[in-house]
Design a protein. Sequence first.
Length: 148
Amino acid sequence: MSAWCLVTTNATHGKNQSQIIRWAKVLEVYETTRLENPNEIGARNTEALRQRYKILSKNASKWISCYKAVLSRPRKSGTNDQDLEDAAQKLYFDENRSRYNDLKVFKNVMSMNPKWSLDNYEERQPQVNVDEESATESGESLKRSRVN
């Protein structure tokens, strides 16, 4: 995935490449990296790289959808990024009957690419205090009243 991101964000060539040329360059970058790390990265051909990309891209799109759904919910006071990620993981599991296992690849590589950037979805809802939420649901006023 790193090779694909590097090739497709290259300002010199970028999107103006044919599929054949793009994947040939992805393979070239992949092979260069593999030769530098032969014990960590296995050999793959162009078709294997395409299939891996296809799976990662499909699952990342599902993950982003779940994360976006979680972000659109009102946040309770004290909710942090890990809580949001956990809620998105639960939603992903509920919808797909499996965990999103490529979160490390997504965070370290894919989310840096505009195609999968979460920056577009950071329009977070304002935090809601749990007491305020229950008071407004019951019709109570949140304003303090003065005793004379």
